[in-house]
Each structure stands twice: as structure tokens, then as C-alpha cells.
Design a protein around this ligand. Sequence first.
Ligand SMILES: *Cc1c(COP(=O)(O)O)cnc(C)c1O
Length: 340
Amino acid sequence: MENIDWKSLPFGYIKTDFNVRSTFKNGKWSELEISNSEMVNVHIAATGLHYGQQAFEGMKAFMGKDGKVRLFRWIENFKRMQNSADGILMQRVPENIFHNAIVTAVKKNAGFIPPYGSGASLYIRPVLFGSGAKVGVSPSDEYTFIVFVTPVGPYFKNGFTPVDMMIAREFDRAAPKGTGNIKVGGNYASGLRAMKKAHNEGFASVLFLDAREKKFIDECGPANFFGIKDYTYITPKSESILPSITNMSLIELASSEGLKTERRPIADTELSTFEEVGACGTAAVISPIKKIVDEESGKVYEYCKDGKPGPISYKLYSKLQAIQYGEIPDIYGWTEIVEI
Ligand SMILES: *Cc1c(COP(=O)(O)O)cnc(C)c1O
């Protein structure tokens, strides 16, 4: 095992030993290449650089209580990457290449998988982009697929703590019929100004509203939004939201806990009626929200008044993590064990 201070790992990039690559050229995907370089050699006219033909995924491998390494719902990341590829006319990565690449990247960097109990995990980042040269706007004939891994610390340095959010009325993340529902870098680039403003003003992130009417909650920065009231888990329905696998999993867990679940438009005016609200995604699982500020109207919505996450958020968060770390049986079939 690498000599890393696992408990103080940031959520950032740390060099590991190997990454895995495949390229699509002349109508076929190459054999997986295992590389020890952190660099790629890209054509200066690659469509990924000029026209935004680029998509990525994010998932984690966890060292379990039983010493086994678990991948969490990679098949959902695979399906989502297919949708992303289709959405911006990129070549799809075949399932066996995707699976082999992530498993190989984890195995080849086994020493970087943080130990059980550290709260850390191995983040897996697949990325796909147009690497062929085009100057006229059209899809590339060549694509590069890379998977790298990096150990990441627990998202919350001080435990599971509630954060503040700002409603970003002056910015939109994605258009209704645009690319909000696929995981492409362009959505992130268009959200950067809003995120910067939020960070400058001391907020953890921004709450984007739907771009058409500016009435409904869309996403919470790079995470999905959910609210809980009357024993019901409610998450927005919108065509510009990225379907979070964490959210999908929380919905199932909530339902198993006996909660009702709803996926429907959530108006900003409904924010005052929730007992608990949070953001969800692979990085943090759940970020409980303690305050939402709408600068334009001056409205402030407050939750977890005792400073602690709500009980249902806490329960769902603990359950999901317990499955990921192999502490309770995975009755959903969400995890796959990687033989190291
Ligand atoms: C990746 C992502 C999420 C979270 O998805 P998970 O599968 O739960 O990690 C949410 N919103 C956006 C915009 C994302 O890019």
C-alpha cells in the first residue's frame, strides 16, 4: 500500500501508477493500453478541444470491511456514458471495453485504494472525447477513451455537515432541450461563473432553476436536489437535469424505508415546506443543506436548525455508505467485487 495519509486526503487529483486507454480509429476500438504517463498526445484540431465533443463519468471503488473491493453500480455509469455519447454524436464505448478499463485501472493501482475506515475511496474517472481533426463543424471520426483513478478523501472533512446554497437566478446551467441531461464538460464550463460567485459569497454551491421559466428547481451545482416532507422523498423532474445514480439509489433506499417517493417539478416557492433538503452525487453521497438564499427576492430558507443533518437524510446516507463499504448485505445487486 502507498504511503499516503488517507485521513487527510483532499477531494482532488493525486498521481497513481497507471491509466487505461483505448482509441477508436478506422471504424474500430483498439485493444486496451495500460499507460504510466499522465499525458495524452492530442491533435491540435481535435473536436474535443474545439467543439466540445467530450463526456465523462465519475464513480468509486471502496475497500470493504471484509477486505473486498467493491465497484458501485458501474453499469449505470456505462449506460449514462452511452447516452452522453449519443447526445453529442460521439462513438459509443462498448460495454466490455468500459468494464475492462475500469477494472484494470482499479487493479493496476490497488495500492492506492484507501483502507477501510479511513472514509476515503478510489475515484474512477472515465473520459471520452473526439480526438480526430476537424475544422468544419462535424463529429470526429476518431475518439479517445481514458480511465484514470485517484484516491479521494471523504467529501466532508468534519463529518456529515450541512452546507449553504445560493439560488443562481442570473445564470443558467443548461437549456431545456440542450445537453443538461448528459454528462458533458460543457455543462460544467457554463456553470463556473455561478459557482465562482457562490464560493466568493461563502456558499458551498448554487441551486440552478429551470432555464425556461426560472420557477422550478433544476440542479444543485454538480449534484441533484432532493427534499423531504411528510415522509416523502421528492426530487425534481426536468429535461435538463443529469440523472444522478446516487439519487436513483436514494430513491430506492427511501422506498425500502417506507417513504413515498416522487419525481416531479418542484417550484422554488415549495422550498419553505420541506423538513429536510440536500444535494446528492457520487462525491459526497448527500450534502445536507442548512440554508438556501435567494438574493433577488431576499428570501432565506432554513433547515436543520440544530446544525445537524435531518434524520432521514442521515439514515439514507448511512445506508448507502454501508452498502458501498460492505457493512450490510447488498440486497439490490448494486456492487461488484473486484478481485485484486
Ligand atoms: C455527475 C453529476 C451528478 C451526480 O451523479 P452521480 O451519478 O450521482 O454521481 C449530478 N449532477 C450533475 C450535473 C452531474 O454532472
